[in-house]
Write a protein that binds this ligand. Structure first.
Ligand code: AP5
Length: 227
């Protein structure tokens, strides 16, 4: 399965992507996580990206396209992948289609997770993240077991992301509407887009995501049987 997750910041792309990756046995490729690791490690990429990320702005297309192209060449992505946070502009979507066409492995689906603005502002302003594995938590909807540490890394204290203050969250949402929201139409044109509601319990949303993917798999199997 080669899948893209779309959605406004805080819709739950990371949360659902992590669950899907474990279930399907394919990697979750999250450009935000790759960039945050680069910033933490002080690499040239991290130093170049930091200022824009801290302001809630997008990192330049050529930089992110290069990161994804390199990551998708790794052996674990040969069986499929879940892209979380990429593409975010039409140029990135076109570059992704071109690189997958060159490899003869087109995208199977694009899943848009929907959530209203006020809900995502509340989620993000209280989000906690593991600085090691990037698993996210929320005191309201998805709390860590002991309230402070990552469930998967019991020695690691959870942190609040630098770009998760209300002003930067609103900036990221504004950038999403200007640059990324139009991609829904880009993918709807040729029937690749599916939409699921991102409100409700995390398990409920996972159920909707799996149901949407299963319905497509059934439809694809029916088409093959009739061919
Ligand atoms: P990135 O890390 O991709 O951030 P984002 O798109 O802003 O997405 P988020 O991680 O904020 O939200 P999410 O949808 O994953 O939500 P989550 O599951 O965590 O990008 C960061 C920055 O990197 C960008 O601003 C940009 O600078 C740069 N960048 C990255 N990719 C780029 C690209 N392609 N091009 C250019 N620049 C790029 O959930 C949010 C919270 O809600 C969590 O606390 C979670 O526990 C909670 N939650 C989730 N689901 C539920 C639920 N159902 N009920 C209750 N709580 C829930």
């Amino acid at each position: 399965m080669r899948l893209v997750l779309l959605g406004v910041p805080g819709a739950g792309k990371g949360t659902q992507g992590r669950r899907l990756a474990a279930r399907l046995g394919i990697p979750q490729v999250a450009t935000g996580e790759i960039l945050r690791d680069a910033v933490k490690n002080g690499t040239p990429l991290g130093r170049a990206a930091k200022a824009r990320m801290d302001q809630g702005l997008l990192v330049p297309d050529d930089v992110v396209i290069g990161i994804v192209e390199e990551r998708l060449r790794e052996p674990d992505a040969a069986v499929g992948f879940i892209l979380d946070g990429f593409p975010r502009t039409e140029a990135q979507a076109e570059a992704l289609d071109a690189m997958l066409a060159r490899a003869g492995t087109p995208l199977d689906r694009v899943l848009e997770i929907g959530a209203p603005v006020e809900k995502v502002v509340a989620r993000l302003s209280t989000r906690l993240e593991c600085p090691v594995c990037h698993r996210t938590y929320n005191p309201a909807g998805a709390p860590p077991r002991d309230g402070v540490h990552c469930d998967d890394h019991p020695d690691v204290e959870l942190i609040h992301r630098v770009d998760d203050d209300v002003e930067k969250i609103r900036k990221r949402i504004e950038v999403f509407h200007a640059e990324t929201a139009p991609l829904a139409a880009y993918y709807a044109k040729d029937g690749r887009l599916r939409r699921v509601e991102g409100l409700g319990e995390v398990d409920e949303v996972t159920g909707r995501v799996l149901a949407a993917l299963a319905a497509d798999a059934d439809a694809d199997a029916g088409k093959e049987a009739r061919a």
